[in-house]
Design a protein around this ligand. Structure first.
Ligand code: GDD
Ligand code: MN
Length: 387
């Protein structure tokens, strides 16, 4: 029995060397299907059923990666898993994000091949066998199910989303030089070595995991594409919203600057710009209602701007590690402190540049950049610590 299994595995995955020290008793399956899932309880049983049917003849498992969904997705996945060892579940607590969930799922696999697909029935699982075939042929490292080579998006896509998808695809191809017709596809399969190697360089934020993999492994990956039709989701609703545009911007920026400019920093600066608006509005109001003393007005306006910045950074820039309850209050106090020091360094640097001779605006800008970098770096370290 053990020998039979061994033979089967060797035939299917000749590129994987058998471990020498540990005897082969029950080897890992050939394929792990990663299902990132947030509030997909209603879809999981259907997915398992469909996978079992489509993967008949292939040794497979499914790994549901749930971000502690309130609907109890992981409890259900575990319940199925307790009766069917092919069904595994990773429950992530205190974390959110599609890309990170996919990466963790893939890294938890021992199979030579790993697939990622939506947990909602939108991706045609009957394509998986053909994808395995591509990888078995040893000429491909990554197989992508593409909507743009004969596949369509009619059923699962609104007109506006189709446009946005085409536009971002063109941009990604041009800027990141990724040779994929559909780099935004959420349906693909790869050799596990690929992800083992690239994982430390991938972004866990955002939605665009495939684009990240293709851009990061650009020079080495052998890629194949297969057409598919993007279907309708069965139950529940899409988790993709306006934020994916931001996520996309983040990835482009990081990849284009070799990770030098973090998207968080850009968001932090954008929030800071709105904070200036809040500052000026408050100042105008206090001035208008006749609060005595410019110093007092300016101090109150500064405090308001800092609270403003804190609230929006907590909601957007650090959406994935948002502080709540007591941690929110504590974070606010620390942020006030950090930004007060930032303001002092801002003025200090600006004065220093100013006395050196160049124009007032270079000095002002220098101070502002200094303040922003300080606020960002220190608040990342002491307010939102996990950054
Ligand atoms: N664990 C986890 N955490 N899973 C998540 C999260 C998250 O934060 N956000 C979304 N998911 C899961 C969903 O439950 C679903 O199974 C899958 O990831 C994709 O999310 P959907 O909400 O179904 O996205 P979509 O169908 O609108 O978008 C699909 O098509 C896009 C192409 O236009 C996805 O496949 C995208 O990856 C793809 O880019
Ligand atoms: Mn979907």
């Amino acid at each position: 029995m053990a020998q039979q299994t061994l033979k089967k595995t060797v035939v299917q995955t000749p590129q994987v060397a058998a471990p020498s020290l540990v005897p082969m008793t029950e080897p890992a399956p050939e394929l792990s299907v990663i299902l990132p899932a947030f509030n997909e309880r209603a879809n999981i049983p259907m997915m398992v059923e469909r996978l079992a049917k489509a993967l008949n003849g292939i040794d497979w498992e499914v790994i549901v990666v749930d971000d502690n969904s309130p609907d109890g997705t992981s409890a259900l996945a575990r319940d199925i898993g307790s009766r069917d060892r092919r069904v595994r579940c990773i429950r992530r607590v205190g974390r959110r994000g599609l890309a990170g969930a996919c990466i963790e799922g893939m890294l938890a696999s021992n199979a030579p091949y790993v697939a990622v697909m939506d947990a909602d029935g939108q991706h045609d699982e009957t394509l998986l066998a053909a994808m395995v075939g591509k990888l078995r042929s040893c000429e491909t490292d990554l197989v992508v199910a593409s909507r743009y080579i004969g596949g369509t998006t009619d059923a699962g896509f609104s007109a506006a989303r189709a446009k946005a998808s085409q536009w971002s695809t063109a941009l990604a191809r041009r800027l990141l030089k990724v040779e994929l017709t559909d780099p935004m596809s959420g349906f693909f399969m790869l050799r596990r070595e690929v992800i083992d190697e690239l994982a430390p360089k991938l972004s866990t934020q955002g939605f665009k995991i495939l684009l990240d993999i293709a851009a990061t492994g650009r020079d080495t990956l052998r890629i194949a594409e297969l057409p598919f039709v993007f279907g309708r989701r069965r139950h529940g609703e899409s988790k993709l919203d306006a934020r994916v545009a931001l996520d996309f911007g983040q990835l482009l920026l990081a990849k284009l600057t070799n990770d030098a400019v973090s998207y968080r920093f850009v968001l932090f600066c954008l929030v800071g710009l709105t904070g200036i608006g809040a500052h000026m509005a408050t100042l105008g109001l206090l001035h208008g209602i006749g609060v005595p003393g410019f110093g007092v007005q300016q101090t109150i306006a500064t405090m308001v701007a800092i609270v403003w910045n804190y609230v929006f950074n907590n909601a957007y820039t650090y959406r994935d590690q948002r502080l709540t309850g007591w941690a929110f209050i504590r974070g606010l106090l620390v942020f006030e402190l950090v930004c007060s020091v930032g303001a002092i360094s801002n003025v200090g640097v600006a004065s220093l540049i100013y006395t050196g001779g160049p124009s007032w605006w270079i000095a002002g800008l220098g101070g502002a950049v200094m303040g922003a970098v300080w606020n960002y770096t220190v608040s990342a370290a002491v307010v939102w610590k996990a950054a």
